[in-house]
Design a protein around this ligand. Sequence first.
Ligand SMILES: [Zn+2]
Ligand SMILES: [Zn+2]
Length: 311
Amino acid sequence: MLHILVPCHTAIKVCLNNKKLAVLTSMSTHTIEQLEIGDKLTNQQLCDIFGCSPQGGMRKSNSTNTLVLVSNHIESIYEDRWDNDVLHYTGMGTTGHQSLNFAQNKTLHQSNSNGVGLHLFEVFKDKQYTYAGQVILCSEPYTEIQPDREGQERTVYVFPLTLKSSRRYITAEDRQHTYQVKENKAKKLNDQEIALRVEHSTRKPSKTRVKTNVYERNVWVAEFAKRLAKGNCQLCLQPAPFNDKKGTAYLETHHIIWLSQGGEDTPENTVALCPNCHRKMHIVDDNRDIELLTQRAKHQIETFFNQEKAQ
Ligand SMILES: [Zn+2]
Ligand SMILES: [Zn+2]
C-alpha cells in the first residue's frame, strides 16, 4: 500500500514560513511585489501590505489600486470551487439576491478594463491567509442558486478566475486541515441542514493539485514481511480476508513506526496486516498494538534466520 505522508517536508515548510512571517513582521516596507506564492500572512500583514480593510471577502484598496479576494475554505458560507486552474468565486452579499452593480462585484466585473489588480488569498486555517497570486477574470460571471446565511435560496454571481502566472496547488497539510474542520462542522448540523447542503452541492467534485512528499518504499522489505506473515495478519492473526486476482492472500504492509515519524524501512519495522487492522493502526495506533507488532516482527525474523542456518 502506498503511503502518502508529508510531515517531514511540512515541518520544513512551516519553519520556513514562520521565518518568513517573522521577517514580514519586522519589515514595515514589505510590498506586494515581494510577496511569493504560498506566503502565509496574518490579517494585519495582509492589510499593511495592500492597504485594505481587515474585513470581508472582497477588499478594495485605493492606495494600492488592488482588489484583494479572499476564498475562505473553512468559514465561508459560499462554496468557492476550483476546476483545474479556474476558481469559481462567489460574489459579495451574504443575504438576498446578489447584484453585479453592488460594491466590489462591480469592481471585479470590470477588472479587465478598470486597471485594478486582483490578488487572491485562500484561507485553509483560521486567521492565516495563503497568497495564491494575481488572478484575472477569465470569462463572464454567471448566476447560480445558493442558500444564503438564513438558508433562503437566492441568486448569486459566480466569477470565473484564473491565476495569472502560476498553477494552483495546495499543500497536503492545508488540504487535510480544511477537510477536518469541515468534517467537524458537518457533524454538528441537523439532518435538514445537511440535506440542504447536499442539495446545493455541485455534482462535479473540486479538482486540486496537492503538493506532497511520497516515501518510496523498499519493495524487497515489503515482500519479505508478507512472506514471513504466511498469509495471516500479524495483528489479529486471522487469515487474509480474500485473495487477489492472482490467488495470493491479500495483506498490506505497514511500518510500525511510521516513516513520516522517522521509522526505518527495515524488516524489524515492517509487518503485514489485513486491511481492517491496517486501518486500525492508522486511526488508533494503540501502544499495545505497536508493542505486539514489534515483538512479532522480531520473533518472525529470528525464526526465519534460524531456519536458514539449520538448512
Ligand atoms: Zn488483522
Ligand atoms: Zn500503514
